[in-house]
Design a protein around this ligand. Structure first.
Ligand code: MV4
Length: 648
């Protein structure tokens, strides 16, 4: 086994890998960018090497700097985590050329699965079911149209180099084929520099079920059962589970065998995932699954497999990379209970899942959940990297019990300092179709309004916010002073969320108030949990006071309240002269220079955020005074991108 490995990643996966290394007595070397010098993944490692400035192209994607760091620190192997360089065959070759071990598959295996058409052909030869379609070399428009006709509509055009839904077009009828083909090709050309496509029969009500496989360097391969990743939004997984709801023993055996056949067909060593698309419209059937693609890395959602098998997949990776045989045979592996994973993000689900940033002033998880995280309270979610805060993983004896633990676990998770998707996740965990196991890739979109509509704080939550924001919960503090004006009715002005609120408050005695005419009693306050009795009803809230703001937790719903700063007025009214970044992102294009005349609605800036481009328009007619941020710059939400000359 290795004595020391380098972890070529950041965030939760770097911390996750380091935890197993620590348990196994393997030393770890972290790498970090300037934005991450104080990050948790650096703190948990035994050694750390700076590899460059914040942009990933100058740090976490710098294979040469990473190999140099491994050599300089005497690491014997490199764990790539996921994302970044994890599926880059050139990086694998560079690691091996330096005499180091890559903790993952061979460059050849990654290449074999890199293009969809070649992977499909390979899988077909190995006897693995693939979606009926055309994945040949003839890219002539008319030939492809003829293939679509043969396959039948609806058909799907997919870029062979595609991923994440890019370069994919559903075609309902022959008349639409030519336009869809041109659109898919254009997208594929600009995203991948490769406009080749394949055609498939469109699977309606698709479910995404993937099988975890492992191979060793001695030709053995096993599977560790399936995960259901159907709960997605725009190709981003939201909640994953294992095993798949409704899975039968017969279908599991067929999918497991197909996955092992796929791994063996390419002599696969290490952790991999075979993604299948499953037609969920008529229940799960052993002949109703088809190979989609293979992910040649450890996946984000691997912990649900760990939970149901009791195995540590990072330990398996390390053993396989060190040349050991697989730790278990197929017959020694079994499923125990059910597991879920929810991805906790810094994002605003009520505003179209806008990515958020901010310093996490508070971060706690309840007992009974596994929280894989790369951040601590006090850390900053920056616009530089993926804004995932944590993965919340639960396990239970059966699906209903595990789902209950997930909902409860999310409702007891407390994050302050950044907007999060916690309420969205908790609502999803209690959604009826999901609870019944009726999952497919369209579930979230169909129920989006109920899952994302902002909830207003009710009167009890407003009372909790007011008491906390005015410092009235801590009896030793201002409460004493409060009694000075106890008989008076006080008007409390607060900003709750994005609205200005005014409430009346009067003190009746220790811990007893009248709030907007209702009697409120503070029954318990321990600095974190607040039990209020309001109009005869008992309510519990979580309360975090930090950085001039109060965060009130009502289950998984969070409300931020602050006493407004009387000087900070007019900032928004004065905003007609400037164009600000509505979210953190990259200035992809800047079409404004000082002196330039612009008309209202002109595109002045294209901002890239969450892999999408957003056009920012001139707010009025005028002339550009300043455009302080250059193209290519990364900006925080609220940054001024263009300033217009003031109006006469
Ligand atoms: C499909 C499909 C329906 N029929 N293929 C989306 C991403 C890419 N990797 C494959 N995807 C799909 N392929 C056929 N023949 C529907 C999807 C699809 C999807 C698949 C898995 C998870 C979520 C999805 C969301 C929309 C569409």
């Amino acid at each position: 086994m290795f004595d020391r490995i380098l972890i070529a990643n950041r965030g939760e996966i770097a911390c996750r890998v380091a935890a197993t290394c620590r348990r196994m007595g393997i030393e770890t070397v972290a790498v970090y960018s300037d934005a991450d010098a104080g990050a948790r993944h650096v703190a948990v490692a035994d050694m750390a090497v700076r590899i460059g400035p914040a942009p990933v192209a100058e740090s976490y994607l710098r294979g040469d700097a990473i190999v140099a760091a491994a050599l300089a620190t005497g690491a014997q192997a490199v764990h790539p985590g996921y994302g970044f360089l994890s599926e880059n065959p050139d990086f694998v070759e560079a690691v091996e050329a330096a005499g180091l071990v890559f903790i993952g598959p061979s460059a050849a295996a990654i290449r074999a699965m890199g293009l969809k058409d070649a992977a499909k052909a390979l899988m077909e030869r190995a006897g693995v079911p693939v979606v009926p379609g055309y994945h040949g070399a003839d890219q002539d428009d008319a030939a492809l149209a003829a293939e679509a006709e043969r396959i039948g509509y609806p058909a799907l055009i997919k870029a062979v180099a595609g991923g994440g839904g890019k370069g994919m077009r559903k075609v309902e009828r022959a008349a639409d084929f030519a336009a869809a083909l041109a659109a898919a090709r254009g997208e594929a050309r600009s995203a991948f520099g490769n406009d080749a496509v394949l055609i498939e029969k469109y699977v309606t009500a698709p479910r995404h079920i993937e099988v975890q496989v492992f191979g060793d360097k001695h030709g053995a391969a096993v599977h560790l059962f399936e995960r259901d990743c159907s709960l997605q939004r725009r190709h981003q997984k939201v909640i994953e589970e294992a095993p798949a709801p409704g899975m039968t023993a017969e279908m599991r055996a067929a999918m497991g065998q197909a996955a092992v056949d796929a791994a063996k067909a390419i002599g696969y060593a290490g952790a991999g995932t075979i993604e299948f698309i499953v037609d969920g419209s008529e229940g799960l059937r052993p002949d109703g699954f088809w190979f989609m693609e293979m992910n040649t890395r450890l996946q984000v959602e691997h912990p649900v497999t760990e939970a149901i098998t009791g195995e540590d997949l990072v330990e398996w990776q390390l053993r396989v990379a060190a040349g050991e045989p697989l730790p278990k045979t197929q017959g020694e592996l079994a499923i125990h209970g059910h597991a879920f994973e929810a991805r906790l993000y810094a994002e605003d689900a009520t505003k179209g899942f806008l990515p958020a940033t901010g310093r996490l002033t508070h971060l706690t998880f309840p007992e009974g959940v596994r929280a894989d995280t790369g951040v601590r309270a006090g850390d900053v979610i920056t616009p530089w990297y993926d804004p995932m805060i944590a993965k919340v993983i639960v396990h239970g004896p059966d699906r209903a019990a595990a789902l209950q633990r997930l909902a409860r676990g999310l409702e007891a998770t407390r994050v302050a300092g950044s907007t999060t998707n916690l309420a969205f996740l908790a609502r999803l965990a209690r959604q009826a179709d999901f609870a019944a196991g009726r999952v497919d890739t369209g579930l979230i979109e169909r129920d989006l309004a109920a899952l994302t509509t902002p909830r207003e704080p009710d009167l009890a939550a407003r009372a909790a916010a007011t008491l906390a924001a005015l410092g009235l919960l801590d009896a030793a503090g201002p409460l004493v002073g409060f009694t000075l004006w106890a008989p008076l009715l006080r008007l409390a002005r607060l900003r709750i969320g994005e609205e200005d609120a005014a409430h009346t408050l009067a003190a009746l005695g220790a811990g007893r108030f009248v709030f907007d005419g209702r009697e409120v009693e503070v029954r318990r306050w321990d600095g974190a949990d607040l039990d209020l009795r309001i109009d005869g009803e008992n309510r519990r809230f979580g309360v975090v006071v930090a950085a001039g703001a109060v965060t009130i937790f009502d289950g998984a719903e969070a409300f931020v309240a602050r006493v407004p700063d009387p000087l900070a007025v007019g900032a928004e009214e004065a905003g007609g002269d400037d164009l600000r970044a509505p979210m953190p992102g990259l200035v992809k294009r800047l079409a404004a220079a000082p002196g330039q005349k612009v008309a209202r609605g002109d595109v002045l800036v294209v901002l890239e955020a969450m892999k999408m481009e957003h056009s920012l328009l001139a707010p009025r007619d005028g002339a550009v005074r300043e455009a302080p941020v250059p193209e290519g710059a990364q900006v925080e939400a609220g940054a001024v991108l263009v300033l217009l000359e003031p109006e006469e």
